[in-house]
Design a protein around this ligand. Structure first.
Ligand code: PLP
Length: 429
């Protein structure tokens, strides 16, 4: 048995893959079996190279194995890998919190660490609920969100998400969330409804949660900053917290460091993960305003009873600090502006491809929709996936939406190759 087959037979016998229909997976003949990764590419066990078209689930914002990140990780590993954060301080998490608040939108002054995007969101929901419960508004127990939002897979996060197929099985036990439909009438209509729901239910709402500017997992849908700005104004008017989930959009994915900056919005809560550690370790943070933080000061009852074992993990914190330094030293966002223009021009052109009904782009996101149903389960994208793999690129279509979200610092030649492969694969599928 060669190595590939050996790994696959172990994998098929034991591993349950996320977001994967295992029946199909077990019967599939050619899954990717990876060996190593470098820059914006990874390599399989047979030595074939693939461009990572979505930065490994939007995570590896600075590419794979960035030498400075590897170095920062090993330097910290020599010193201290893990200690608890409950009532204990250490340099990486303390300095990181200070540095994060410096780059964060104004008004966010406290950092609560967790493990990944879902837990960063979970923290934000629980903070909002507990804040109102102990600050005179216990009836504020509901959330408000946009249809099509995606905020993660833990029970709280999936409750405020609006992708029907991910929620379906858990519908009876999810926490209460009102949702504004984002249908054919577009985002203006959706935000109008969101505003109406907000005004009508303000007294019951703990928070509104949105992915600022770009709704990722639902199909890379993009909306105008003005709508976010107006929502911020309305949440202020009704004194309802605004949570910006920047797990996908942060770290320059849409152009500026935070997508909230497009609209000059200062949220009450901001969730970050993924690019936060350059995708090298699972770690996340929820940033909050001083008002929220101070609502938890006082006697023991007011403690925020929340925490995961790896909160503030020194390895993750050291990495996250180095990520911020690399963004600054390598002028990552300024260089990405040129790459974003290449993406925008290519997706403009892709509008002419056969069977393409819509294309869009913002920053380091480019997406097109193929004709047909908008269902996440639509198989057509799978054909594009296979065509792209044969040509040396890893794409992960969302139903009929074919998109790229490469590392923010992808070399121009890799980006051009990725765009060319995408075009050929759409034509061939
Ligand atoms: N929020 C957003 C906007 C996301 O895109 C994701 C994941 O894609 C999450 C939250 C959940 O993050 P994680 O998969 O790290 O739990």
């Amino acid at each position: 048995m060669n190595r590939r087959d050996e790994i696959l037979s172990l994998d098929r016998a034991r591993v349950w893959h996320p977001y994967t229909q295992m029946q199909e997976y077990l019967e599939q003949t050619e899954p990717l079996v990876l060996e190593s990764a470098q820059g914006s590419r990874f390599r399989d066990v047979d030595g074939r190279s693939y461009i990572d078209g979505n930065a490994s689930w939007y995570c590896c914002a600075l590419g794979h194995q960035h030498p400075r990140l590897v170095k920062a990780l090993s330097a910290q590993a020599e010193k201290m890998c893990h200690v608890p954060l409950a009532g204990i301080a250490h340099e990486p998490s303390a300095r990181l919190a200070e540095e994060l608040c410096t780059v964060a939108p104004a008004g966010l002054s406290r950092v609560f660490y967790s493990d990944d995007g879902s837990t960063a969101v979970e923290v934000s929901l629980k903070l909002a609920l507990q804040y109102w419960a102990q600050n005179g508004r216990p009836e504020r127990t509901r959330f408000l969100a946009l249809d099509g939002g995606y905020h993660g897979d833990t029970m709280g996060a999936v409750s405020v998400s609006g992708i029907e197929v991910f929620r379906r099985s858990f519908g009876n036990v999810l926490i209460d969330c009102l949702r504004a439909p984002t249908g054919a009438d577009g985002y203006q209509q959706a935000f109008d409804v969101l505003g109406q729901l907000l005004s009508a239910h303000a007294g019951e709402l703990a928070a509104v949660i949105v992915e600022p500017i770009a709704q990722g997992a639902v199909g890379m849908r993009i909306y105008p900053p003005d709508l976010l700005r107006a929502l911020r104004d309305l949440t202020r008017q009704h004194d309802v917290f605004l949570i910006c989930d920047e797990v996908f959009t942060g770290y320059g994915r849409t152009g500026p460091f935070w997508a909230s900056e497009h609209a000059d919005v200062e949220p009450d809560v901001l969730c970050t993960a993924k690019g936060f550690t350059g995708g090298m370790l699972p770690m996340a943070a929820t940033l909050v305003s001083e008002r929220i933080f101070s609502g938890f000061l006082g006697d023991a009852e007011r403690t925020f009873f929340y925490g995961h074992t790896f909160c503030g993990n020194p390895l993750g914190a050291a990495l996250a600090r180095e990520v911020l330094r690399v963004y600054r030293d390598e002028d990552v966002l300024a260089l990405a502006a040129g790459k974003a223009r290449r993406i925008a021009a290519a997706f403009e052109r892709f509008r002419e491809l056969p069977d393409v009904v819509e294309t869009r782009s913002v920053g380091m996101i480019g997406a097109l929709d193929l004709a047909g149903s908008k269902s996440y389960l639509e198989p057509r994208g799978r054909r594009v996936y296979r065509e792209a793999l044969r040509r040396g690129a890893y794409l992960r279509p969302l139903g009929n939406t074919i998109y790229i979200t490469p590392s923010i610092n992808i070399p121009d030649r890799d980006l051009d190759e990725l765009l060319a492969i995408l075009e050929e694969s759409v034509r061939a599928a």
